[in-house]
Design a protein around this ligand. Sequence first.
Ligand SMILES: [Zn+2]
Length: 379
Amino acid sequence: MKQEKESSAVQQEQEMADKAKFDTPREKDLSPKEIYDYLKSLPKTDLHCHLDGSMRISTIIDLAKKDNVELPSTNEEKLRKILKVEGNHADLNSLLSMFEITLSVLQTEEALYRVAYELVEDCAEENVSYLEVRYSPILHTKKGLNLVRIMDVVLEGLRAARKKYGTKNGVIVCGIRTISPEISLKLAELAVAYKYHGVLGFDLAGIEDQYPAKDHKEAFYLIRNNCINCTVHAGEAYGPDSIKQALHYLNAHRIGHGTRLKEDGDLLNYVNDHRIPLELCISSNIQVGTVKDYASHPVKFYHNYGLRVTINTDNRLFSGTTVTNELFKAVTECGVELQEAPYLIINGFKSAFFHYKQRVSLLDEALGKMGWKETVLGN
Ligand SMILES: [Zn+2]
């Protein structure tokens, strides 16, 4: 009896402490719709979002008509099915064939401007107040556009939408593992040129297996030598060794996915000790078969262990998702408590590829909107 009293006192104390920080509703008091609406209402970040995987279906059809591009279907519903990873265990290759379809209509200035603008618009609609959008300019040169124009029009689209909606944003330029280290270097040079003009970072994307990150170290050396932030897709389709290469050969500041980090305890602690953010994209991980289902996803374990976990979309169209939806899944299917959702969001703001002082002001603004009553700065 005494023990029960004590534990209820501890619980009460904890609840009061929570209340002092946030007016977070209790999950048990809410319907799924209320949970969703609450998460949607919070300011959020999306740090891992591919431009060519996050378009509106109606825009793809419209652009294809305008540019005479043949699509597998011009029926919105049918095309959505073709471009949605259904269920689990689609392999990475089928995802890559979806990119081929979206890229086929992303070869003009008008198209690139429009999708960049619309992506910010979609983010604003769900209260994402900070977006880092990534893409590889080299994939948009098939109809003769040059890399500089490709950078310029995407940045113009982002800037125009930022002006209208207030969503802060910037670009992460992607090298691609399967293309070549030489092209990665060329793209790194492009990122260096645009460092003060909308580029926030550099990334390495594409198939991990048999395409090791270390092959691209020259590009990343140039990036780091210019004090530009970088992230690397790693530990998704391939194991912890891929994360080690990303960290120790490319000196990544964040890890894209890192789903398989839990397989290596030393590395897990290294990532935790150095506060290296993980860009988790839960639905995407399940859809490509890295994780069996939502219940098996390591997001809860990683967060409880203290890792700097951030929640992101990866490909809004292919995964049929939003940041709100990813947080909703984390809470309703992965076992993360609703009270923890604001902390995952804070991690996103803390991990932004902005300068420290800009991050602090972004975070302060977000905390104000979330009803936070204490200052939470530092690491
Ligand atoms: Zn990705």
